[in-house]
Design a protein around this ligand. Structure first.
Ligand code: TYM
Length: 327
């Protein structure tokens, strides 16, 4: 059976890009694949962070994943730091990764440039922790937006190198990107991706925004000169982004959809309806789930227990292969 895994870093507010890029894809196939979804809380410590906010968001993200359809009876849902094997394998993989390889990561370059305070060493090494997240469970497929594809490539390179140096230990994973939603752009600045931390409130469609707020943000989205509705990501990035959102929310195709609208305002109304129909029910279910934090915590405890049973064997195999004496 195919193993699929993906993670979410509790470093800001989950938005439609996260939902269409990774949450919906991982939930959609949970019946048919061995599926793991987790909150990558350790990754939230790589930039300036507020400890209380990380703790609060960890539970919030778990509730949102379940509100979006993640069913703990069918998939494994857990918090990364509850499974210490992730950090244990991280070190072994650091000993398999070059400094130059880590430095070439686009996210490291971008985020280290934006840091006001000292750049944390973990910002450089975090893609190696991400490789550990993936390789611990013999993951075949990693559903992600395209901003994470380079990190999955690194995990492939590290796994291939480890296997050829020390003997077959890890499955080789591959990134899986959704058709039109691998890079949803900021509605207020369509040349930048919608992002948990960097996006303006106006440009990000948050999963916990109220329907009226979602509608207002879509109606105010930045469009492009001219008035023709065509799918042209290079020439008309604002309109193309709205068409991509509409296509992803309605299982349509952006080119065909474009031909159905004569005016930007009609397109925006259709996008607003589709976004509210997609996100509204998730928010409703979230509010019900958030009222029972004890239940959420019990789901996460159970997920961590099951994850540790699987991860322990892999760490033991990797330690032995790399040359450590069994205790
Ligand atoms: P994170 O938390 O930044 O994002 C979670 C997921 O959402 C996707 N995404 C988007 N997709 C489409 N359009 C966008 N504008 C957009 N913004 C974000 C991301 O690509 C991601 O799939 N390091 C990861 C979390 C992680 C992980 C892993 C993922 C940790 N370990 C192992 C996969 C496998 C991160 O910070 O994603």
């Amino acid at each position: 059976m195919t193993t699929r895994l993906t993670g979410f870093t509790p470093s800001g507010d989950l938005h439609l890009g996260n939902y269409l890029g990774a949450i919906r894809p991982i939930v959609a196939r949970q019946q048919h694949a061995d599926t793991i979804a987790f909150i990558s809380d350790l990754h939230a410590l790589t930039l300036d962070h507020d400890p209380d906010a990380v703790r609060r968001r960890t539970l919030e993200f778990a509730a949102l994943l379940m509100a979006a359809g993640a069913d703990p009876e069918r998939l494994l849902l857990m918090v990364q730091s509850h499974v210490p094997e992730h950090t244990e394998l991280h070190y072994l993989l650091e000993c398999t990764t070059g400094y130059g390889e880590a430095q070439r990561m686009i996210q490291f370059k971008e985020k280290s440039r934006q840091q006001q305070h000292q750049v944390r060493l973990s910002l450089l090494t975090y893609p190696v922790l991400m490789a550990a997240d993936i390789l611990l469970y013999d993951t075949d497929e990693v559903p992600v937006g395209n901003d994470q594809s380079q990190h999955v490539e690194l995990a492939r390179d590290v796994a291939t190198r480890f296997n050829s140096r020390y003997g077959q230990t890890f499955a080789i994973p591959q990134a899986v990107n959704p058709a039109f939603a691998a890079r949803i752009m900021d509605l207020a600045a369509p040349d930048a991706k919608m992002s948990k931390s960097a996006s303006s409130a106006a440009g990000s469609l948050r999963l916990l925004d109220e329907p009226d707020t979602l509608r207002r943000k879509v109606m105010r989205a930045v469009t492009d000169p001219g008035d023709e509705v065509v799918y042209d990501p290079a020439g008309k990035p604002g309109v193309a982004n709205l068409l991509a959102v509409l296509a992803a929310c309605t299982d349509g195709d952006p080119v065909t959809l474009a031909s159905q609208f004569d005016r930007y305002s009609d397109l925006k109304r259709a996008v607003a309806d589709a976004v509210v129909a997609t996100v509204g029910p998730v928010r409703e279910r979230y509010l019900a789930l958030a009222a029972d934090p004890e239940y959420l915590r019990s789901v996460l405890r159970d997920g961590a227990k099951r994850a540790r049973e699987r991860a322990g064997d892999k760490v033991r195999a990797a330690k032995e292969a790399i040359g450590l004496l069994p205790a």
